[in-house]
Each structure stands twice: as structure tokens, then as C-alpha cells.
Design a binder for this molecule. Sequence first.
Ligand code: NI
Ligand code: MN
Length: 227
Amino acid sequence: MKVSYHGHSVVKIQTNGKTIIIDPFITGNSLTDLTIDEVKPDVIILTHGHGDHVGDTVELAKRNNALVIANADLCAFLSFQGVKTHAMHIGGAYQFEFGKVKLTQAFHGSGYVIAGSQEIIYCGMPAGILFMNEGKTIYHAGDTGLFSDMKLIGERHPIDLAFLPIGDNFTMGPEDAAYAAKLLAAKTVVPIHYNTFPPIKQDPNTFLEMLDDKNGKILQPGESIEI
Ligand code: NI
Ligand code: MN
């Protein structure tokens, strides 16, 4: 599997000829190397309903006839906009033809703010994502604070590659993310959700230095790992 990082929380997985994108926040993402014209996802997986994660989902799903996978409440909201969805919820896994997806817990919010309307739409609970295919397991933590059941997630699903937020303020900061890496016991850990906005400014090298196992890898937007 080829797994690439595209700034903020955007992760792209290429497996068996399919392109899967997680949290495609492209428009307004100053760090991304992607444009919505060049990304052609078959599948979009969302961690939660915040704008910096839902991003360009509706546009991308419609243009590419992509399937959107998310929690049931967020799927309902997106289906009202004409998007093809597969609803799941925390703790549930489903074997798709392109891989297995399981939603895990995350501690965060998940309301979608309608720009300029002073309206906020309930989009269910936030989640993390386990993606399994070709004998490998990827964990995308979404936006979350540190929680001790990360140990349970790692025990139940040995993780090859974990994407962990380090930005602080809205999610774990570098210290908590380094502790999370220890609990998860992932083979390789990649920091995400930093430097996009002033409150989440971080030096990812600080995070790498804090890792007991020195198993961190910084991916610049557009860089990938083969697992
Ligand atoms: Ni969020
Ligand atoms: Mn976020």
C-alpha cells in the first residue's frame, strides 16, 4: 500500500488500484499540495464533521462518484446533499472490496458549521479510523485528546502506521501524542494536524524526539510511505 500525507489531516491510501482519501480538506488548506481537480478518490473516509476534515467531500464525491464512509449522523447530513454514503459507527468494522474499515473512538466535537448562517449541524460522534488491507493496518486518530484505550486499539489491531495529531489546542499536543504512540505501539508514527493555523503551530521534530522508540517520521505534503 502506498500511503501519502497532504497537509493538515489529509491522508491518501492507494491499494489494489483504488484511491482512498481521509479527511479531504483541500480548499483553504494552505499546507496541502493537492487540488480538487487532480484528486480522484474512489472512496472518502471522514473522521468527524468539522470543516477542516469534511473539507471538499461533497464536491469530490459528486465529481468522482466516490463512496463516503463516516459515522451514521455525518453520513445522513452528506446524503441530503446528494452524496453516496456508507454509514458506520464506533466499534463497528466492515469489509469493503477495497479493504476493511473500523471506526474507533475519539474525544472531540463533530458539529458542521454552515458558513455565514449561524447554524451548526449535529454530525454524530468524532471517530478515529482503522484501515486494513494487504495484511497491513493503518490508524488515523482523527482529532482527539489522549485516552488510555489507545492501548486497547493497538492490542486488538497491531498497527503498522499511525497518523497522530500533534497540534495541541484542539487535539493532543506533542507530549500527549508521544504518550499515545507508546500506548498504540505502532511500528511507525507520523505527526498530523499541525501548522495549518496559528493555534496549532508546532515543530514536528520536537514530537519525534519525544518518542521512546524513535519510530516517528515526518512526511512533507506530497510525501509517501510504502507499507
Ligand atoms: Ni475537529
Ligand atoms: Mn481539526
